[in-house]
Design a protein. Sequence first.
Length: 405
Amino acid sequence: MTAPADPQEFFALFGAERRPDPYPHYRRWRERLPVAALAEGMFAVSGLAEATQVLRDPAFGHPEPEYLDPADRLPDQPVDESGRVVRAFLSLNPPDHTRLRRLVAKAFTPRMVEQLAPRIEEIAASLIDRAPAEFDVMTALAKPLPVEVIAELLGVPLDDRERFAEWSHAMARALDPPFLQHPDTVEPAVRARQSFIGYFHELAERRRREPGEDLLSALVAVSDAGDVLSEGELLVTLTLLLIAGHETTTNLIGNGVLALSRHPDGLKPLGADGEHAAQVVEEVLRYDSPVQLTARTALRDTAVGSVAVPAGSQVIVLIGAANRDPATGPAPELFDPARAPGRHLAFGQGIHFCLGAPLARLEGRIAFRELARRRPRLTLAGTPEWNPTTTLRGLSTLPVAVSDR
């Protein structure tokens, strides 16, 4: 057993006043309590070894989807024939997770991602070239680039992409766990989700009649030994792809540009032609991860390290804290663009390792490379502002100035 930690001290880690730099607070917590018992049935892990164990160990997973009476369902909420809520594969255990992930992976292939590279380069170059001498990185590049990419990937018509981005942002703001969630985010997220599901229900029907070369057409048509995605499974998968493919990549780009702009050498570590961009992406993912925390449920009585964790307990995994554990390498609190890529948990571990990691890495690499080529002398021009969320860590504004115009 371990002595209970103070839950209020834990929740204070995520206070608004600590949002600009929560990492010193994470470090002090991790050094004292790499595994913490917060309350009966609730634990938190912040050490790299402990977090990796929880993410990889099949003793940890997700609670079974609940059954809802029609009166208790949200409008357009996907349920199966028995009334069980349909969830994305990210929130399922085997064998349901295995089946759905296999189907999606057959459509969302590495080859499809690599084929996007020339188009991503074109979009990134155009966005950067259009930006004035002083601009907001988030508005000019970090937000529109992933939206354009995921919209083109899914075959969303050009005229619909602005509201597509609005839906994504509203849903992402409500991803925090209940103890961190602001009540003002819930209703906009519900409305956005309803609009998103209704829109893609209609678009999927069009793709069934008139297939294209996009991912939505592939998901509609994908099969494995006769198995196909149900309508509900398709819609929750699209919701996952939107948030994972847009918000997290936006934060990767924004957090990375901020870290580089604060580095003594600025963008120089990227190389004159951006040739070191891939290495810098990995350091950004470790140093200031776009996803700061996740959670698992103990599916049976188990332990993390020497701490007993009863079945049914919720375990919060502090990815941001674990990624700065000294076990990741020397001087983990420093942003070192020349650091050899090492261990980090930014994309998770085990069976739930992020299926979209290759696309996020590709977009980050291209965004940094094109900045190095087109705006190599970039500096901060004001105080960055952070989004009021914890699960997804990212900026709302990042003012910069360039001296090469």
